[in-house]
Design a binder for this molecule. Structure first.
Ligand code: DC
Length: 203
């Protein structure tokens, strides 16, 4: 039976971690939809037209090693504002969401556009400071030479662009449960998310 969990939120709020661990807890499949936009942005940086890049995206494109860099993140945010790019990626995401056995998707527009009828919708946020500190730790651990201020500026620029665009802007669905992870450990955030899913399963 299909059971869909939609998780949205700004960059580095912890939604990827919550989504991955929630999927593991319930034995559901997980799709990080940001990777679709990152892979499209990466192909654009390599010289391809963005719409063509989205329309011809291959599973192997999602495995490129450098998808997590700040440059590719910015390119992803830019291509994500193009309606034809978003349109090209909808069917794949919806098919994934409705697969038997349950699915967790995380992104920016999952609860609002991709899966408006999701069984559970979470909007995961954290303060700018906490998000920048977490992303800095991640990036320095993977060998990137960046400062706290670089990371903070990068997140703010992406969030502003992702929220201001007219095509599927970043915003909480009206029926999403807000989860602010600023002062939560990963275990606490996961426990809160699990409680929401269990509540929905019982209703
Ligand atoms: O989740 P992420 O940081 O990997 O996403 C990279 C960019 O992709 C983000 O800045 C905006 C875009 N994106 C989007 O527009 N819609 C989604 N569902 C997921 C990501």
């Amino acid at each position: 039976m299909a059971f869909t969990i939609a998780i949205d939120g700004p960059a580095a709020a912890g939604k990827g971690t919550v989504a991955r661990q929630l999927a593991a807890h319930f034995g559901f499949a997980h799709l990080d939809t940001g990777l679709l936009y990152r892979a499209t942005g990466r192909r654009m940086l390599a010289g391809m037209d963005a719409v063509e890049a989205a329309r011809t995206l291959q599973p192997s494109d999602l495995k490129a090693g450098d998808l997590r860099t700040p440059e590719v993140g910015q390119a992803a945010s830019r291509v994500a504002a193009i309606p034809e790019v978003r349109q090209a990626l909808i069917d794949f995401q919806r098919a994934f969401a409705s697969r038997a056995g349950g699915a967790v998707l995380d992104g920016r527009d999952i609860g609002t556009v991709i899966c408006p009828d999701a069984d559970v919708k979470l909007y995961v946020t954290a303060s700018d400071d906490v998000r920048a500190a977490r992303r800095l730790t991640e990036l320095t651990a993977t060998g990137h030479d960046v400062t706290y201020n670089d990371v903070l500026a990068d997140l703010r620029l992406r969030d502003a662009r992702d929220s201001a665009r007219t095509a599927a802007p970043l915003k909480p669905a009206s029926d999403a449960v807000l989860l602010d992870t600023s002062t939560l450990t990963i275990a606490q955030a996961l426990a809160a998310a699990i409680a929401e899913v269990e509540r929905a399963q019982q209703s």
